[in-house]
Design a protein. Structure first.
Lengths: 320, 219
């Protein structure tokens, strides 16, 4: 018998945005659904604050689910209810009084910027607005954990960015832990602190987003990165027509914005040319990765790695 | 002379009887068929209260009742109808067989309407910690309202037709009139009048139903 997931061992710290990335069918949807037991693992435990939720009674599980928000790819709003009533729905389930429901619903609608649409029906809103309603609904019961199941996959790139900014804002303002699944590296890069890469039901790689982006170990991670325009292996083609030594330089933080390249080049008398590179920022931390060819005197070349390392730049020799 | 045989007060009385039969049968049909349809849906495979044996039994009973021709059901049910309605004749006597025939039909329609709903709705309810009762009453049935209203209209129209058949065993209404005067006494004009009234009734129901559905869909 084959399992949708096997040997998955993940830990999510409080207040983090934890991303799970994988191709469709990799098991990421099953994995996130285990965090509120929409799917039940046949073996193993799901611990939340040290408590195994797989052992909860039905009533305990329903109470737990009321404290965990979930946002869906296709929003899953009630079309027969207004925006306000959609957001009130989980509050009603939690047994709040009518006035308290309305008051809290209006608070969260204000938080997602939809106050003026409260009386509308979901179909009168754009996809991005509907997802904001979904997020407001998920936040209504003041959850500690928010699960996002491909929350931006049905949205256009611009709307995706605005929804991601909202998630990041919520995470920072409310200290909410967010677990999200996606098939897009851009989503991971924009908001996540940590990432786990899942393939064929197994976690093949996990770590800080920056580390995984700069030093992807697994083939699946590498191909996911190259699809989002970060092709770590693209230099190979260019390298054939270029002489000299080849290095891969990785840097993050302050090192990114300092004029290291020209300085090192001047000091050591080495000519550097860039074969491939990407520079950007991951959740506010600038990072860069360049593949360069270096030509010059053997003395200068010999000191290159050490000189770069002294400035906080990791240097990996690709071709001596 | 045209319509010489038509006794208009009798026609009016028969029309009212038909409306009463249809109306009351529809009421009981919805009261019985709606929960039955919801139960069929909930116990079916992959749903919240998935239960093979229960679903099989319900489904079997529904199928049996739906496969008995209405005319036969009318006759077979006479003893039961006497117990339930006190008589097997007239408007009262027609209602039990009409309900027994229409409720399973309506239940199937309801089951299908619920099946057509986006499964994301019940998933969202589960994720929010709703129990089955809350999911059904607060989310699924409201979401299915438009479809259920359409199913009620379809059932009402079927009931108008079936109620006419109950004339065969003395059920009263327009069908009774058409049978006794139009068929047995060869009074074609009575037949024509009753048929025209039935057509108008069905048309009115359909137009009213379509408007209601359109209004519900708009929001």
């Amino acid at each position: 018998m084959s399992h949708a997931l096997a040997g998955v061992d993940l830990q999510v710290a409080q207040g983090q945005i934890f991303g799970i990335i994988g191709r469709s069918g990799a098991g990421k949807s099953t994995l996130i659904r285990m965090l509120n037991l929409l799917e039940r693992p046949t073996q193993g435990r799901v611990l939340v604050h040290g408590e195994d939720i797989t052992r909860f009674s039905d009533a305990q599980l329903r109470a737990y689910r009321q404290r965990v928000g979930m946002v869906f790819q296709h929003f899953n709003l009630l079309r027969s209810r207004t925006v306000l009533d959609n957001v009130r729905f989980p509050l009603r389930l939690a047994g709040l009084g009518k006035d308290a429901q309305t008051q809290r619903a209006q608070e969260v609608l204000a938080l997602v910027g939809l106050s003026e649409h409260a009386a509308k029906y979901p179909r009168q809103l754009s996809g991005g607005q509907q997802q904001r309603v979904g997020i407001a609904r998920a936040l209504a019961n003041r959850p500690e954990l928010l699960l996002c199941d491909e929350a931006t996959s049905a949205l256009d790139p611009e709307t995706t960015q605005s929804i991601l900014r909202l998630l990041l804002d919520i995470n920072q303002r409310l200290g909410l832990t967010i677990v999200l699944i996606t098939h897009g590296m851009d989503v991971i890069r924009s908001v996540c602190d940590r990432v786990a890469v899942i393939d064929a039901g197994r976690i093949v790689e996990q770590g800080e987003v920056l580390d995984v982006f700069l030093h992807p170990q697994h083939a699946v991670t590498q191909s996911l990165l190259s699809e989002s325009g970060m092709d770590a292996e693209g230099w190979r083609e260019m390298a054939q027509g270029v002489g000299g030594r080849l290095y891969r330089l990785s840097f993050r933080g302050d090192a990114t914005v300092q004029p290291m390249m020209s300085r090192v080049s001047r000091e050591l008398g080495v000519d550097l040319s860039i074969l491939q590179g990407s520079v950007g920022s991951i959740k506010g931390t600038p990072y860069g990765q360049l593949v360069v060819s270096a030509q010059g005197g053997s003395e200068g070349l010999g000191q290159l790695a050490a000189a770069l390392a002294a400035h906080g730049i990791e240097c990996e020799v690709l071709r001596p | 002379m045209m319509f010489a045989n038509v006794d208009w007060p009798l026609i009016l009385e028969a029309t009212i009887d038909t409306l009463l039969m249809t109306g009351f049968s529809l009421l009981f049909t919805v009261v019985i068929g709606l929960p039955l349809g919801v139960l069929l849906f909930l116990t079916s495979k992959g749903q919240m209260m998935q239960n093979g044996p229960v679903y099989q039994v319900l489904s079997f009973v529904v199928n049996v009742l739906r496969s008995v021709p209405f005319l036969i059901l009318l006759i077979v049910m006479i003893p039961l109808t006497r117990v339930l309605a006190g008589t097997s004749l007239g408007v009262q006597g027609a209602i039990p067989p009409l309900v027994v025939s229409a409720a399973p039909f309506f239940a199937r329609l309801v089951e299908n309407v619920l099946r057509e709903l986006d499964p994301g709705v019940s998933e969202a309810c589960r994720a929010m910690g709703a129990n089955s009762r809350q999911t059904v009453l607060l989310a699924l049935v409201p979401e299915a309202t438009t479809g259920i209203v359409a199913a009620i209209i379809v059932t009402a129209i079927a009931l108008v037709g079936y109620s006419a058949m109950s004339g065969v065993i003395g059920g009263g209404g327009l069908g009774d009139l058409a049978l006794r005067f139009g068929y047995q006494r060869y009074q074609t004009d009575v037949m024509v009048v009753t048929v025209v009234i039935l057509v108008v009734l069905v048309q009115l129901l359909q137009v009213f139903g379509d408007r209601l559905v359109a209004k519900l869909t708009r929001k």
